[in-house]
Design a protein. Sequence first.
Lengths: 115, 885
Amino acid sequence: MASSERPRVEVLQGTLDLIVLRALSTMGPQHAYGLAARLEQIADHPFPLNQGTLYAALVRLDQRGWIKGRWQRTESARDAKYYAITAAGTRALGKQTERWRRLVGFLDKLLIDEA
Amino acid sequence: MSALRRFLLRLYRLFRRADAERDLSSEIQSHLALMEEEFRRRGMAPADAARAARLTLGGVDQVKEQQRDARSFLWMEDLRRDVGYGVRTLTRTRGFTIAAIVTLAVGIGAVTIIYSVVRNIVLDPFPYSRSDRLVNVVLRDESGRPVRNAPYYAASEFLDYQEQTNAFEDVVGTSRDAAYWVSDAGTERLDIAWMTPNGFDFLGVPPLAGRVFGAADAAAGAPPVAVMGYRAWIRLFGADPSVVGRTLMLDGKPWTVVGVMPPRFEWNIADLWLCAPLTRGDDPRSPRGFRAFQAHLRPGVTPEEAESQLNVVAARRAAAFPNDYPPRSHFDVLAVVDWVVGPFRAVLYTLFGAVSLLLVIACCNVANMLLARATIREREISIRLAIGASRGRIVRQLLVESALLATGGLVAGCALAFWGTGALRRFMGIGAIAPWETEVRLDQPVLIFAAIAAAVATMTFGLYPALQSVRRDIAARVGTSARSTGLRQQKRMRSSLVVAQVALSVVLLLGAGLLMRSFVKLVGVDLGFDPSNLLVVPVGYPPRQNPSADAYARFYRETLEQLRTIPGVRTGAITNATPPFGSVSSPIERPGVAAQPQASAMLVFCSEGWIDTLGVPLIRGRQLSALDVEQSHHVALVNQTLAKRYFSDSEPLGRTIRLPRLTTLPIPVPDPTFEIVGIVRDVANAGPRDPTLPQVYLPFGFRGPSGLMFVLRTSTEPRPLAAVVRERIHAADRRVAILEPSTLEEGMKRAFYTRPRFSLLILGIFASAGILLVAFGVYGVLAYTVSEQTREIAIRVALGGERGHVIGMVVRVGLQLVGIGLLIGVGASLFTNRLLASELWNTSPTDPAVFAGTASIIVAIGALACWIPARRAVRIEPAVALRHE
């Protein structure tokens, strides 16, 4: 792993997959750039993510069978690979969201109570 | 389930890596393009837009790398890389790789081939059921020789043994005979076997077509039936299935063929098995009434128990027929396979021993080569460890490399085994040295065993360097000088491997040398005549309706005249036996002189000109004249041995001898006295190995019509004349059967040389392989020693040490190992060569010339193997060498 080129600000480990899944679930099929642009849009400030990092997440999700990629034409008549969430992905999204909520709740509690 | 899916997907991707890479590249391209478009739309200059897009994405290669990591199995990727790296390393050191693979292949291949042969010839040659309990019953005299053609017995004797013992589960009585089958197409002489009706039940082989015969076919009034052999079916009927049910006229009697046997059913090597029950009334002088006693022991009964039962019966019979049982005669019950394979078994076991040694040598050698390589690679491994490679990773890589080598060896070894078994099958001469039933096929379990042995050796020693590095690590921590201890151990191990190899090769080489010397002597032996350019044409003269002694004699004489006129034929004669093969033997008596006990002579029935055709000189007296032969005068020629042995006191010419055997021939000679008219020089008549026996030449008319042959001396290669000869004989009489013509040399080769040649060839191949391996082994060790001493040698050379001295130093190390190995090998050979004794002729198992020759070859090979690294050593540039450490 290259040590010199870290992402500018690190996304919390393990959350990127969830973010991508959620975004695809809401927006419908998207290509990687569209996804990145959309995430930047949602974030208050420029999304703290090196866009390339998305690819690792996409391939992981693809291997789990949660998303599926297909080459399609964009509006600007360009070929791009569109990713869509699968039924298994939708189920997984539910579970993962639930897990995340619990984790955040626990962290909140911990951080606030201890402070 | 999703884990499985992920696994399969990854696996799939692993092998579709190129696709995935291409897909990723285009995806990134499109990503960049879309972003650029966006930036331009926001008003950036095109060049800036492209740059900004790249920056936002992050380095393209990093993206790819991250995606790849996520995409694949890391360990699988690593394995791919290790295999790739291993292949590259092995290709770079091509010499080492080829040597290792060839070594393994020779070991695996050879052991498989020879074990297959041993198994198929010695351990399990027969297709018959219960063949482990199949025994021959042989009556032997005091000195162990079979009595009266045992295991053949006259019908009443046979039945006594069968009925008065209970050691046998069942007994079959078979004997060989010949019969003429006359059909419209001509006459064929068939090999037939008279067999008791239970024969096929006894042997337990189902027929290929039709049925076999059984007890029902022996019932009174049942028609005579026969079963045909596979080879005869092909030869005589072109495999026509309609032969079943056909009636053949054999010697004028009808026999119905009821079935055909499959290949490998070769009981008594017959064309036809005739159903012939044995009864006490059968005439013991005809083969039908004189059968071989073969039986299955009852389960749990030992051969010794059977022998003692038979001895009791024999003692009872001896009281009634004292002449039939010489003093201290006894029964020997031995496995049929021992009877058939006989002394060849020892050879095969010797070969198997030899080849096992070869496998051991091969494994030693690969081990040694890997060790030598390990030392060279230590540097590489230390560096890789130093820059952070994990030990596991290095072990894995070495394992992969060894596995690659082992696989190469396995593939080549299997190929060699398959090819070699086929080649051997063609070479071996089934029927000449192995039983006719033999089918040589690859023995898979031993192939697997050899492969595993080779693989284990390769993998174990391949890991050695990794183990070494671990040990060194520990040593460094505890601060001892374990490095040098380890090296010393390693060196000692490598040296002992070389010594072992040399010793084993010496054993093989000595064996091969002895066989070769014996074979050369055998082939070069003086037979007393020139066997080249002799065409032998045996003919069968079927019995006629009204046999007259003159009819057949006229046929032979007239045909001989015809054959002598064929262009290319120099001389020709009629005989019943050609040297160095034997003939009928008879007791010999001198009327008026006290009979010497056991005096016997070999009888050769021939026409005039026989000894001229052979080229045997007459020593005294005269030859048989045409008139003698035509009118069957009672005159004879004798050979020198006979003259010397039975007429030491007097001149044999003009004396008479009596040959009682003539009175019991199929057509008996009432007055078997002959006057000796000439003495001829000895020719070998008991095979090329054994001394000549006393011999008498008689006019062929006394022999009767059967069992004679034409022998023609030609001026060129005789084979091409066979067709003309055949034609002329048939022109003279269409009804005679002509057996396959052959040259005398072919017959000798088949009878006497096949087996020694086979042993010699096989052991020779092994010995050569052994030498090759020794050369590799010695070279490997010395190359390593030299590389280890590079510094020392360089200093010596730099200080003005003589190159000759340096070479001497290296060669001395090597020759020391060779010398020790040689001594051990010679010592071991003194024992192992005894196993070869049965195969040696006129050659001592400790033949000094062979020992000296072997020693020189081994030393020469050893010296050569030392020479190459030694030369490399003295060519080292001192400055380079000193920097090297």
